[in-house]
Design a binder for this molecule. Structure first.
Ligand code: FES
Length: 169
């Protein structure tokens, strides 16, 4: 009979343990879909890399491709454009052109203005951002603010002379 008696202390301990187990299970059940939702979906994974065929981009022409939801500008530079950007290190965010390209003929930059994220337009030499007037040269370096930084160079790799992949270093 004495074995069947449960003290208030034992009952309290049992309830605390039960609450902890149920609560822990609830947290785990809540976390699983949350963590799962943080994994990239298959269409995002598919766009983690973007392959680009360069064969039909003529000298002086630019193509815009999408990579991870962002525009990437691929500019096939002429000898004159290469000579022009090689003559300076940029103005507001100095960087030599040869530190920004793997092959001087091809400039690859993310087409998002470093001021507030507008997409600059290719106009004459370089790009102009019409949101607030920033200008970039044909190396994607900022030459007139308010943008504080050069256009970002994404990771990319040449797979062949006429093919590159963006998103792989
Ligand atoms: S977003 Fe380009 S200048 Fe402001």
């Amino acid at each position: 009979m004495g074995n069947e008696m449960v003290s208030d202390g034992d009952r309290r301990d049992f309830l605390i343990k039960l609450t902890s187990v149920v609560g822990g299970a609830g947290v785990a059940a809540t976390c699983v879909p949350f963590v799962a939702s943080m994994n990239p979906s298959s269409d995002v994974l598919a766009k983690a890399e973007t392959e680009v065929d360069l064969a039909d981009i003529t000298p002086g022409a630019m193509r815009t491709v999408a990579w991870q939801g962002k525009p990437v500008f691929i500019l096939r530079r002429t000898p004159e454009q290469i000579q022009s950007v090689s003559a300076s290190n940029g103005v507001l965010d100095p960087q030599p052109d040869n530190a920004r390209v793997q092959n001087p003929e091809w400039l690859v930059v993310i087409g998002v203005c470093t001021h507030m994220g507008c997409v600059p337009n290719k106009e004459g030499p370089g790009w102009t951002c019409h949101c607030h007037g920033s200008q970039y040269d044909d190396s994607g370096r900022v030459v007139h603010g308010p943008a504080p930084k050069n256009l970002e160079v994404p990771p990319y790799k040449f797979l062949a002379d006429n093919k590159l992949v963006i998103g792989r270093a």
